[in-house]
Design a protein around this ligand. Structure first.
Ligand code: ATP
Length: 249
């Protein structure tokens, strides 16, 4: 099977710090693949290289067999590679529904000026509503983004990623800053997306990772030391020593 995404021996240094230092993994179609590792292991740097925001010093990134190592970040979503949006990219003064509509318009490269009301365009609003339903925000469409809780904003970010109609989703800590209830809701949500997308998930919440992942890659000091199933990773002595401790063993 051709991997949706192949990461081969990526290296990226910031001065003397080797943030990624021989990072390799394969993301297969439809799998949820988690990346775990201690703070500073290079997880975010790896995701940013895959998204095209950071250029690797060495190594290769292939998307469905095509070398995209040097492809600009803005051209990657069109191939089907979407990174979940950050909160700062939401428009707080727009409604929840309008935020998704804007993302769809951007994907379709439609131009909207201040004078073009999004609110009357059913060709944007109907699919936007459907994405909101998929992330459990179907009833919040008319609310302003500023009225959403932290967890709901993260759900909206996910809707924006879905609106890009990608086959591969890069999710960088979707549970960050969430309480137990919000994390459980996000876990359920990601579970409902499993199989429809290839998902690369960076997440510190080990309960969520163990519940969701088909496979896990462990990154330590920028290097991928192991890829395996949940059980293989949990029982690996090197991983236990490097990262997990005894609490999740
Ligand atoms: N722009 C940068 N300039 C300098 N050093 C950086 C930069 N980005 C990351 N680093 C360093 O690279 C290393 C890897 O950082 P990175 O944020 O990728 O790790 P991480 O695994 O995502 O960490 P965390 O789990 O804490 O989010 C760290 O030592 C970090 O300080």
């Amino acid at each position: 099977m051709t991997a949706q995404l192949s990461i081969r021996h990526l290296e990226k240094s910031f001065g003397a710090v080797k943030a990624t230092n021989d990072a390799s993994l394969e993301l297969l179609a439809g799998e949820l693949h988690a990346i775990i590792g201690p703070n500073g292991a290079g997880k975010s740097t790896l995701i940013s290289q895959i998204a095209g925001e950071i250029r690797p010093d060495k190594g290769q990134i292939l998307f469905a067999g095509q070398d995209i190592t040097t492809l600009p970040a803005h051209e990657r979503p069109r191939l089907g590679l979407a990174r979940s949006f950050q909160v700062s990219q939401l428009y707080p003064e727009f409604s929840v529904l309008e935020n998704v509509a804007v993302a769809i318009a951007a994907r379709e490269r439609r131009t909207y000026g201040m004078w073009t009301p999004l609110s009357g365009d059913a060709s944007l609003l109907e699919p936007a509503h459907s994405y909101l339903q998929q992330v459990g925000l179907g009833r919040r469409g008319d609310d302003l983004v500023s009225e959403l809780s932290h967890g709901e904003r993260r759900q909206l970010e996910l809707a924006l990623a879905l609106a890009q109609e990608a086959s591969v989703l890069l999710l960088d800590e979707p549970m960050a800053g969430m309480g137990a209830e919000e994390s459980a809701r996000m876990t359920e949500l990601l579970m409902s997306l499993k199989g429809r997308y290839a998902i690369l998930l960076v997440e510190h919440d080990m309960d969520a990772v163990f519940a969701l992942a088909d496979r896990i890659t462990v990154l330590v000091y920028g290097q991928t030391i192991l890829t395996g199933t949940v059980d293989e990773v949990r029982n690996d002595p090197q991983v236990r020593a490097a990262y997990l401790g005894e609490e999740h063993a």
